[in-house]
Write a protein that binds this ligand. Structure first.
Ligand code: NAD
Length: 255
């Protein structure tokens, strides 16, 4: 299948970074794209650039997500691609003695990154399952979520983020097992460190030094490289249930 054969897509976190790059790729391939994000200013700008639709959605809210899918489908028909990019990555700076991570931050990060991704998967899969197959194999759609190498190698201050991303990686296979019965494939990308607004809090020196830790190509990832892998997953029917690291083998860097 070509990515355009899927017809319509929803990209969460589409206002920025990896989500925006994926939205650009999908639109360039001829897919009708709806962006879900809580950032209206940047979301509307990306939607205008690609001829897509922006809907203000907070993935932590069931009502907001349900309204978002209803509006997306009214405009573009049933989405056959869901890309989960909405996420936050706060780092805990100090914790009290004996407290590995602030509890309120933990609950917030799990709610956005893990529960938000699962909520969008649930609502998208329900719609995709009820739709007609797209080809003779019975394909009905594809879902790609975004974990992180922190899922496997979390650093100090990243307890909540690592747990949320390990949750996304961990649910990928069982969700794929279930949705395969409906012709829906489910994969996750675990990026290393990518040049996106998420890194804005880090100085250029820190970003450069992070890039140098990548064994090859010794630089940070580019959002378009994430979008390239999304395209490959959409087009390759044998990719299912996988969490794919996209990190230039940063796990081999000495710590
Ligand atoms: P980004 O900050 O540029 O984009 C994230 C987007 O998610 C923003 O537009 C933000 O408004 C949106 N968002 C946050 N909370 C939301 C909510 N509750 N509802 C709806 N939208 C919400 O970051 P990015 O680098 O593009 O990250 C995209 C995904 O990739 C995230 O899940 C992130 O954890 C993951 N990731 C990024 C990197 C990296 O190095 N940039 C590495 C590994 C994983």
């Amino acid at each position: 299948m070509q990515v355009r054969d899927f017809g319509a897509a929803v990209v969460t976190g589409g206002a920025s970074g990896l989500g925006a790059a994926t939205a650009r790729m999908l639109a360039a391939e001829g897919v009708k794209v709806t962006l879900f994000d809580r950032d209206r200013t940047h979301g509307e700008a990306v939607a205008a650039e690609i001829g897509g639709l922006f809907i203000e959605v907070d993935v932590t809210s069931q009502d907001s997500v349900l309204a978002g899918f209803a509006a997306a489908r009214a405009a573009h028909g049933q989405e056959r691609i869901l890309i989960n990019c909405a996420g936050i990555a706060p780092v805990a700076k100090t914790t009290s003695r004996g407290e590995p991570h602030p509890m309120d931050m933990f609950e917030k990060v799990i709610s956005v990154n893990l529960v938000g991704s699962f909520r969008c998967i649930t609502h998208s899969a329900t719609g995709m399952s009820a739709a007609d197959p797209l080809n003779g194999d019975g394909a009905r759609g594809v879902i790609v979520s975004t974990a992180s190498v922190a899922a496997f190698d979390g650093q100090i201050g990243q307890v909540a983020y690592a747990a949320s991303k390990a949750g996304i990686a961990g649910m990928t296979l069982p969700v794929a097992r279930d949705l395969s019965k409906s012709g829906i494939r489910v994969c996750t990308i675990a990026p290393g460190i990518f040049e996106t607004p998420m890194l804005l809090g880090l100085s250029q020196d820190v970003q450069d030094s992070l890039g140098q830790q990548v064994p090859f190509p010794s630089r940070l990832g580019r959002a378009a490289e994430y979008a390239q892998l999304v395209k490959a997953i959409c087009e390759n029917e044998m990719l299912n249930g996988e969490t794919i690291r996209l990190d230039g083998a940063i796990r081999m860097a000495p710590r």
